[in-house]
Write a protein that binds this ligand. Structure first.
Ligand code: ADP
Ligand code: MG
Length: 768
């Protein structure tokens, strides 16, 4: 009897060698194997006879091999197979398919699937059909006639599942069919359904056992359209299953966070006045609404966990500063973490412009500060002199000691996802630093400070021995659980996230959306321009500068090719400075410059002393110079859509009309072209994000491999949006607790299944 958790090695026909091939496809257990779904189905219930075929239709034919062979044309080798039934013939051709030589033997039965066409002589043919040799069916499957018949019955006279082969063709669809069939037949029949019956009823879900059988072996009456779009009841059950347990984990996480003690900030008239006083403009309706959502969270005695999502230029910064004021006015410190040093500096400039005149004490803590200065800054933070601490994620997470941390603002831009955040949390727990969402919060507790004081290298000499430290840490951790409130956390992201992704990637957070741009913006005009017309572009840039505006010229630098591309950027800089605009100040900014230089150049550009800034993508995030009205992006077709959108968001920030010029060479890939077209067509970040998600798939959507996207076995976030919404709703229902429909036992069983899946799939047993 097989259990879902049984290793695939125990499935009949799989030894250690094949198990290894399967492991490479992430198939390690029986459960994994059963979730290796067919990528399509073939209707071999009523296969066509060759005589019935008509040109123009997609068809499955089962016929006998007559002859086959390779012939060479001037351009390429072509493999030809002729099959027949009686006197009727069908020709099949594969290009460049030398590997097919010798594969077919006359007299074998083969199944062929593809589009039927008529050749020049009116003879029917299929180009590059999917094929499967059935000929040896009758030789396999054991000795008895019954067994042979059973083996053959998996291949014809039914809807047949087609699996992706594995191990370079060694594990064929037929092999999977037999193996999966055997696993299904031998699976423990008494497995309880981990989804509570009420949830099953809400969605009319079939049982897991039925789902697995029907997804692999559809019944004769199953709708082919539903099979092809993964919308049969069997598919729906399996997809829902996967999404439900992810959402259940996220929902639980959310509730747990809310159950902890947070700071209940007071918002009285004085605080309200302070918030209003800093505003350099009238907030938009969206800004007001979002601030209210944040303020409401901050007033509750539970820790806030909120995602503030807003397109580039929607005005997130000021909202974040307002939240900061609430905390500071209540006597707490605020940490603002940015993903890059440049962005941290940028936030620091704006904070000083907006907050310093109100008397708030702001410090910048970056890796490039000198040791002495850093120690100074840390002391200010520890003593509570610094009220707003701005730095990079890495730096602030790295053991900063706060006097009284009340709010953490994380400017993620588009770099983090929920999995990453949860891993961070796990890491902080491994390091025994406490209870929070990220190490930073743990460090915020008084108790943790004691630990920091002992473990910081600078102070180690006076510390107790490590063994003692561990001991006392454990007890400190205990007490910190009880006494120290968790700081509030506000996560900001500039990537408009399609709702489906928001529900998974950020499913543990509450969501606020800034869906309105500040007034007085004129839409950015975007054009794709071939490199030959560069002279016209520079001409145009010159005119804009004559009107007093500034220009960005962006160069792609990808890591693999950093050296060469940096040179290209430098060369462009030289050419613009010496040849094209000898009378203007043309600056150069890239990631390799030392931080002081970077900062100086950014300042000069902000003050308008540099008119043209040639830059690599370091300006992508957050930089704000409203007088810049032109962005020329070189090799624009090489950038991803999200990145192009981010870059373009650097302009159009003032009242003057802005222009984005997407330069490209002669040869643009099809996908590159689609990206350029999308950019020209729309400036709506959500539309762009949706398209980006479609073009790249969720895995790549957030740019890096570690973006923290859960990977799915059967679900597809683009196709399965509705099921995801349903999963979230039902997860909320289950976490909401026992009721007339839902027993305690069922909840417990669902949570147990959820934990098992999270620990298996994401290596995060900690959830829940
Ligand atoms: P982002 O959401 O991309 O971080 P910012 O907070 O940098 O956007 O705001 C973009 C620009 O719009 C800034 O120059 C900011 O000063 C300005 N801004 C923000 N809110 C408003 C508003 N309500 N009215 C006018 N200008 C605003
Ligand atoms: Mg910003």
């Amino acid at each position: 009897m097989l259990e879902p958790s049984t290793s695939v090695q125990y499935v009949k026909g799989i030894g250690p060698r094949l198990a290894e091939i399967l492991a490479a496809k992430d198939i390690k257990t029986v459960d994994d194997l059963l979730h290796y779904l067919p990528f399509r189905y073939e209707d071999r219930l009523n296969p066509r006879s060759v005589a019935e075929l008509r040109a123009g239709e997609m068809a499955t034919v089962i016929a006998e091999v007559r002859n086959s062979g390779l012939f060479r044309t001037r351009r390429m080798p072509i493999f030809q197979l002729t099959v027949g039934q009686g006197r009727n013939r069908l020709k099949c051709l594969w290009f460049n398919a030398t590997y097919l030589e010798g594969r077919f033997q006359p007299g074998q039965m083969v199944a062929l699937y593809g589009k039927v066409e008529a050749d020049r002589d009116g003879q029917l043919q299929i180009m590059q059909p999917q094929y499967e040799i059935l000929g040896d069916i009758y030789e396999e499957g054991g000795a008895s006639a019954a067994e042979k018949k059973a083996a053959a019955s998996l291949e014809i006279g039914r809807i047949v599942p087609i699996y992706e082969s594995a191990g370079q063709g060694r594990l064929t669809p037929r092999w999977f069919r037999r193996i999966i069939r055997w696993a299904l037949e031998n699976l423990n029949p008494d497995l309880p359904d981990p989804i509570p019956s009420a949830v099953r009823a809400h969605l009319s879900l079939v049982s897991p056992r039925e789902a697995l059988w029907r997804v692999h072996w559809p019944e004769a009456g199953e709708s082919f359209a539903d099979l092809e779009t993964s919308r049969t009841p069997a598919h729906i059950r399996l997809i829902f299953d996967e999404l439900f347990f992810i959402e259940l984990g996220l929902e639980l996480k959310r509730r747990e966070q809310k159950a902890q003690t947070g700071v209940a900030f007071q918002i009285n008239d004085a605080v309200r006045q302070a918030i209003k006083k800093i505003l350099p403009f009238h907030p938009t309706t969206a800004q007001k609404r979002v601030l209210k959502e944040i303020a409401t969270d901050m007033q509750t005695p539970y820790p806030m966990r909120r995602l503030l999502q807003g397109d580039v230029g929607s005005g997130k910064t000021i909202v974040a500063f307002q939240a900061a004021i609430i905390a500071i006015e209540n006597g707490y410190q605020v940490a603002l973490m940015a993903p890059t040093e440049i962005l941290a500096q940028q936030h620091y400039f704006s904070a000083r412009q907006i907050l310093e005149k109100a008397g708030y004490r702001i410090v910048l803590l970056t890796g490039s500060l000198e040791q002495d200065r850093k120690r100074d800054v840390r002391r200010h933070i520890a003593q509570g002199n610094a009220q707003l601490i701005i730095g990079t994620h890495a730096l602030i997470q790295d053991r900063v000691e706060f006097e009284k941390l009340g709010l953490v603002i994380v400017d993620e831009q588009h770099r983090f996802g929920v999995m990453q955040r949860l891993k961070l949390m796990k890491k902080s727990e491994d390091a025994r630093v406490g209870t929070g969402l990220s190490p930073v919060q743990a460090e915020g507790s008084k108790a943790a400070q004691a630990r920091v004081a002992r473990t910081c290298p600078e102070r180690e000499s006076k510390g107790p021995s490590p063994a003692n430290a561990q001991l006392s840490e454990a007890s400190i951790r205990e007490s910190s659980h009880r006494s120290d409130p968790e700081p509030d956390v506000l996560v900001m992201t500039a990537t408009p996230i399609p709702r489906t992704l928001a529900l998974t990637l950020y499913g543990d957070l509450d969501l606020s959306v800034l869906d309105e741009l500040p007034p007085g913006r004129t839409p950015i005009i975007t054009r794709a321009v071939p490199d030959e017309r560069a002279a016209d572009v520079w001409d145009f840039v010159g005119k804009q500068i004559a009107k007093g505006h500034q220009t960005y010229v962006v160069y792609p630098v990808i890591e693999e090719n950093e050296e060469r591309e940096l040179k290209a950027a430098e060369q462009m800089h030289r050419q613009l400075r010496e040849k094209v605009f000898p009378n203007l100040h043309v600056g150069l900014l890239h990631g390799r410059l030392d931080p002081d230089t970077k900062e100086r150049i950014m300042r000069e550009f902000q003050r308008g002393e540099i008119q043209i800034l040639v830059s690599t993508t370091v300006i992508e995030v957050g930089v704000d110079v409203s007088n810049a009205t032109v962005m020329v992006i070189e090799h624009a077709d090489r950038f991803g859509l999200a990145q192009l959108h981010q870059l373009r968001g650097r302009i159009g920030r003032g009242a003057a009309k802005s222009y984005c010029v997407l330069m490209h060479g002669g040869k643009v890939s099809e996908e590159g072209q689609r990206r350029l077209d999308a950019m020209v067509r729309t400036t709506d970040g959500f539309q762009i994000a949706e398209l980006d998600l479609e073009l790249r798939g969720p895995g790549d959507f957030f740019g890096t491999k570690q973006a923290g996207i859960p990977s799915f076995r059967v679900a597809n976030l683009i196709r399965d949006r509705e099921l995801l919404e349903a999963a979230k709703r039902e997860a909320g229902f289950v976490i909401g607790g026992p009721n007339a429909e839902l027993s305690k036992e069922e909840i417990a069983r669902a949570l147990k299944a959820m934990r098992a899946r999270w620990s298996l799939s994401y290596g995060l047993a900690e959830v829940g």
